[in-house]
Design a protein around this ligand. Structure first.
Ligand code: AHR
Length: 493
């Protein structure tokens, strides 16, 4: 039994808002994410709105998806947006060379994606093609979606049946330029970025574009250093970072059959996000002490072996994934002064998905529930906390067992999210409610009997949040017992 540890509030003058975009998602033309996932087509027997499944629309609206990144990923740097507009019968087919050589018929293109985002109430985040595109192609894409009138592209949009522009603010300038985006050096990409960003137009009186430079692969700190050093401030609003919770890329292992060692190693990789964010932030602070340029972790999550016979990058989602989500989101919340956005990879049927589908069936994963429990932090004010975490010990190795983050929302409600990754031990923490200005507490917990548990189409609610009552309040001190491998979110007022 570990001792009760104290969670203390860090006193600071700075008021940091947890940007809702930290809770963003990602949809790539990959496996069954778009086709056979989000998009079934208007003629489908499955109830849909303009081809997008209504059950998914409902689930994603409930989740409060703040932004959705599209069309890739690696696919983005082979995607030519003009292939995906106009009458569907005239759209060319291409081969999706990154993801299994499937035929991409371009029936889901710019109009379909942006209309879907409107229905979801999510801000679109368009990833531009730098690797095999041109500045002109990207410039015209911006004009197509953002210009009211007067440009050949705004007229083309109107011809395609959409009078008003969508006004897209979030733009990625290439993806993984160190890899599938073109195998570039940081120095070469920084120059290319300057060129592309120069030709990304703001319309008259428009909201300014938020341009996101393709970021580092994990701990490639040189990449961030070069981008921050070589790209002039006015040309870039954010640099990205990609990190997956994978311990061994050659042997990723099964998404459901894993032992404690594999679990421990996955957690270690997930917790590494703390170090990555800290170190990339240190570099950014050097060039941008005022924190004008954001860090956007636009790909994160667990990545295991694709299930046998399944579509590309399809994997199950267990309580281990709930742990990844809880720990990672706590890192982002706690670094919200620099991390202004993030995108979980990916939204449906790919990697750490929040939704899985099989024909007409749909299931919400444990990760969905964590993202939903945590959405209370969106645009709330961060309450910086400190915890001397108890250790999760396995096989002479150790990790911090408990992670925590907290915020106060506009209605004055305080939310504290706690994760205990220890597979065997519950952990107790105490928090001074007087310091937080709280009198009453209620909470939800996500847990299950085995960490390998997951929701199935037959038993979709096996893992779902339930009311949490393992806490006591004495003399304004709240003592919380966090069960093994569980996520708890408390609400105080
Ligand atoms: O999310 C799957 C792939 O992972 C993306 O296409 C790529 O950007 C990353 O390597």
């Amino acid at each position: 039994q570990n001792k009760v540890v104290e969670v203390t509030i860090v006193k600071t003058e700075n008021k940091t808002i947890i940007n809702k975009h930290i809770y963003g998602h990602f949809a790539e033309h990959l496996g069954k994410c778009i086709y056979g996932g989000l998009f079934v087509g208007e003629d489908s027997n499955i109830s849909n709105t303009k081809g997008v499944r209504n059950d998914i629309i409902k689930a994603l609206k409930d989740l409060k998806v703040p932004n959705l990144r599209w069309p890739g990923g690696c696919f983005a740097d082979t995607y030519h947006w003009k292939d995906g507009i106009g009458p569907k019968k005239d759209r060319p087919s291409i081969v999706n060379r990154w993801w299994g050589g499937t035929v991409e018929d371009n029936s889901f293109g710019t109009n379909e994606f942006l209309d879907m985002c409107e229905v979801l109430g999510a801000e679109p985040y368009l990833a531009g093609n730098v690797g095999s595109g041109s500045p002109r192609e990207l410039e015209e894409w911006v004009q197509y979606v953002n210009y009211e009138s007067g440009s050949p592209m705004s007229e083309l949009r109107k011809k395609n049946g959409r009078e008003k522009p969508w006004k897209v603010t979030l733009w990625g300038v290439g993806n993984e330029m160190w890899g599938c985006g073109g195998n570039m050096t940081a120095e070469f990409y920084a120059n290319l970025y300057r060129q592309y960003a120069t030709f990304m137009p703001d319309g008259k009186g428009d909201k300014k574009l938020f341009r996101i430079a393709s970021g580092a692969n994990g701990d490639d700190y040189h990449w961030t250093e070069v981008l921050m050093r070589d790209i002039p401030k006015g040309l870039v609003e954010a640099v990205a970072l990609h990190w997956y919770s994978v311990s061994n890329w050659e042997k990723k292992g099964s998404s459901v059959k894993f032992d404690e060692n594999q679990y421990f190693e996955t957690m270690k990789a997930a917790i590494k996000m703390e170090e990555l964010v800290q170190k990339h932030t240190e570099i950014m602070d050097k060039y941008d002490p005022e924190k004008k340029v954001a860090l956007i972790v636009d790909e994160w999550g667990g990545w295991y072996d694709t299930e046998e016979g399944a579509s590309a990058l399809y994997q199950q989602n267990t309580m281990r994934d709930a742990m990844i989500a809880g720990v990672t989101l706590n890192v982002f919340n706690n670094h919200a002064d620099r991390v202004k956005g993030a995108n979980l990879a990916q939204i449906v049927n790919v990697l750490q998905a929040v939704i899985l589908t099989d024909k007409e069936k749909m299931v919400l994963t444990p990760t969905y529930h964590v993202m939903k429990m945590y959405n209370v932090h969106q645009d709330a004010q961060l309450i910086p906390l400190k915890i001397e975490s108890p250790k999760y010990v396995f096989d002479n190795k150790e990790l911090p067992a408990v992670s925590v983050s907290a915020s106060k929302d506009k209605a004055g409600l305080t939310h504290i999210s706690l994760v205990n990754i220890d597979l065997k031990k519950e952990n107790k923490v105490k928090i001074d409610l007087k310091e937080l200005g709280i009198k009453n507490i209620k909470g939800l917990v996500l847990s299950s009997s085995k960490v390998q548990d997951y929701n199935t189409f037959e038993n979709p609610d096996k893992i779902a949040p339930v009311v949490f009552n393992k806490f006591s309040i004495k003399n304004d001190i709240l003592e919380v017992t966090i069960p093994p491998f569980s996520v708890v979110v408390l609400e105080g007022k």
